[in-house]
Design a protein around this ligand. Structure first.
Ligand code: IPE
Ligand code: IPE
Ligand code: MG
Length: 234
């Protein structure tokens, strides 16, 4: 991976599992399994390459529209993933956070999430943020309501950031969306106000370390100006 201009926080919209499966003549659920299989490689390569925070879009509030069998299989894959890497999260000192409304999730997945969060809450150097039952508009409304409950009369940008799921994390520098679509699909709109957007046709199950390096290299060549006239670092 390049060494300069590394994004601090990268968001991955892990899209294309279903089309990958179709191209391989397999059911969509198999595509999700193959997709889940590459997550570990991408997350560890990101942290090893100097990225501090990784956000993954695993299940959107809109994804409830899918057939129940598919939804259940995605939840089961997430539960297994969290269980499999429970020890590694601690050994590698990775803080896990989950963005989204956990109350609607199956009990066993919710428990797995809460246990992993509790186990890793003391860490701060590396953060893995998994968006499950997540939608950005709902998050912003939720943050505003939380600030109002705390007695705020006027809502500031800081209030929304502090009451969002990603409170304390730097904003997203780079969004990588696999699967060819060029849209954000309600993914961390507030946190990516100034993110660089990288779209690739590669389906998520085919997105490996090499493809990650290409995305980070592309990012390192961007000139971020944040409204100014001269480029700014980070
Ligand atoms: C992304 O892959 C995974 C989830 C939305 C959970 P898709 O399942 O959306 O794959 P395509 O877009 O149908 O190929
Ligand atoms: C976005 O993918 C959500 C996740 C990757 C979890 P979708 O496949 O749901 O997005 P749309 O429907 O094509 O916008
Ligand atoms: Mg999709």
């Amino acid at each position: 991976m390049v060494k300069e201009n590394i994004p601090r926080h990268v968001g991955f919209i892990m899209d294309g599992n279903g089309r990958w499966a179709k191209e391989h003549g397999r059911p969509r659920t198999y595509g999700h399994k193959k997709g889940a299989d590459v997550i570990h490689e991408i997350v560890s390569a990101s942290f090893n390459g100097g990225i501090k925070a990784v956000s993954l879009y695993a299940f959107s509030t809109e994804n409830w529209a899918r057939p129940k069998e598919e939804v259940d299989s995605i939840f089961e894959l997430l539960r297994k993933f969290l269980k499999k890497y429970a020890k590694e999260l601690i050994d590698e000192e990775i803080k896990l956070i989950i963005s989204g409304d956990l109350s609607a999730l199956p009990e066993n997945l919710r428990t797995e999430c809460l246990e992993r969060i509790a186990d890793t809450s003391r860490f701060s150097d590396h953060v893995l943020n998994i968006a499950i039952n997540y939608g950005s508009k709902a998050e912003i409304v939720h943050a505003v309501n939380k600030a109002l409950e705390k007695g705020k009369k006027q809502i500031s940008e800081e209030d929304i950031s502090e009451n969002s799921y990603t409170s304390g994390l730097p904003d997203i520098d780079l969004i990588v969306r696999t699967g060819g679509e060029q849209r954000l699909s309600n993914f961390f709109l507030w946190q990516s106000a100034y993110a660089e957007l990288y779209f690739t046709d590669t389906y998520w199950p085919d997105f490996h370390k090499k493809q990650l390096n290409e995305a980070v290299e592309w990012y390192s060549l961007r000139q971020r100006r944040f409204g100014d006239v001269s480029p700014k670092q980070g």
